[in-house]
Design a protein around this ligand. Structure first.
Ligand SMILES: O=C(O)CCC(=O)N[C@@H](CCC(=O)O)C(=O)O
Ligand SMILES: [Zn+2]
Length: 335
């Protein structure tokens, strides 16, 4: 095998490198079609198409912000392998990011702190490796999105901890003065995403950061339930993969028409755990999007009571075990 082929494989296998905690000896390689792969730091690889093919789109794809969410890591691995082998010929600039390598190696959501609660400056009030990583990911994504007059898109790929009545859904951040884009919602629909949750307040997640600070279109995508590597075959991500391949190659128009309409919800309230006394009055195995009875007591935290005021409310990410100060669930309503 020629040396260039070995390097190609090394950088195209960013997931393996990251899981092994290995730094590649060659940080830059060119694929046979002239695409440049550049390893920037652990878990982060920039892909630059030849100038003649560049369609002026910058696409950030992140996964592994939570270390136990493997389906999105496998999806990014397949895309990057395709680019490295020449099967996919990028027309856009790409940044691949595996967010929390330490947690990925342990197979845990996080090591010390939930990385996805440390963006938009929160890392400055925290300590430890995840605070440092949030700072690094902000800097790297700001650099990536610093080129003028280019379309900017970020998908931060996750899986949920529990089952979901709608297994593939998106969360769309909010920023003052910006409207949620109808074109982005149509893209989600084409990708087989079944529902979108629209925020109406600023957030501290990775997609909230790139949306608010990098002026990117940015979404968190929830793709099924968290399972170990190799156990994701029941999850159908074929449409999302088609969309991502089409975006990479700049041929979005060739996607087949959507199977079903995207359901739209508004995040009505975020439920916070403010003390260790927090209690959630839901079954442990309740699925995401389960309906909440109007007037029922959802949670208590000492003297604080969370009553479901909203009609047609549903619960997302209920989790009484989160650290004190973090959100323990979202109440959503049809938008
Ligand atoms: O299933 C759960 O409880 C959490 C799944 C997950 O990691 N979701 C993301 C959503 C981020 C967002 O609100 O945009 C998270 O909680 O960080
Ligand atoms: Zn996650």
């Amino acid at each position: 095998m020629p040396a260039s082929e070995r390097y190609r494989l090394a950088l195209g296998r960013l997931l393996d490198l990251t899981l092994a905690g290995r730094e590649p000896t060659e940080k830059i390689q060119l694929t046979a079609d002239g695409t440049r792969l550049h390893w920037l730091t652990e878990g982060v690889l920039e892909v630059t198409p030849p100038v003649a093919r560049d369609n002026r789109m910058d696409l950030l794809l992140s996964a592994g912000i939570h270390g136990n969410e493997t389906a999105p890591m496998e999806l990014l691995d397949a895309l990057l392998s395709g680019i490295a082998s020449g099967a996919l010929r990028p027309a856009c600039r790409l940044l691949f990011m595996y967010g929390n390598p330490d947690a990925m190696r342990r197979g845990t959501r996080y090591v010390e702190q939930d990385l996805n609660r440390l963006f938009n400056g929160r890392h400055a009030q925290a300590e430890g490796s995840e605070a440092q990583r949030a700072n690094d990911l902000e800097r790297l994504s700001a650099q990536f999105f610093s080129k003028p007059d280019r379309a900017r898109l970020h998908y931060d790929l996750h899986t949920a901890l529990r089952a979901s009545a709608l297994p593939r859904f998106a969360l769309y951040p909010w920023s003052a003065g910006r409207e949620h884009s109808e074109a982005e919602l149509q893209r989600l629909e084409a990708a087989g995403i079944e529902a979108v949750l629209l925020y109406d307040k600023p957030g501290i997640t990775f997609s909230a950061y790139t949306y608010a600070e990098c002026q990117a279109e940015a979404l968190t995508l929830e793709l099924g339930q968290a399972r170990p590597f190799g156990e994701n075959s029941e999850l159908d991500l074929s449409r999302l993969r088609l969309l991502l391949e089409a975006l990479v190659e700049g041929r979005e128009a060739e996607l087949p028409p959507p199977d079903s309409a995207l359901l739209r919800f508004r995040v009505a309230r975020q439920v916070y755990k403010s003390s260790p006394r927090f209690q959630l009055h839901l079954a442990d195995d309740v699925a995401n999007f389960s309906p909440l009875r109007q007037g029922s007591l959802l949670a208590e935290d000492g003297s604080e009571r969370w009553i479901v005021d909203e009609a047609e409310a549903r619960i997302i990410f209920p989790n009484p075990k989160v650290a004190v100060g973090l959100r323990a669930g979202l109440i959503v309503v049809p938008a």
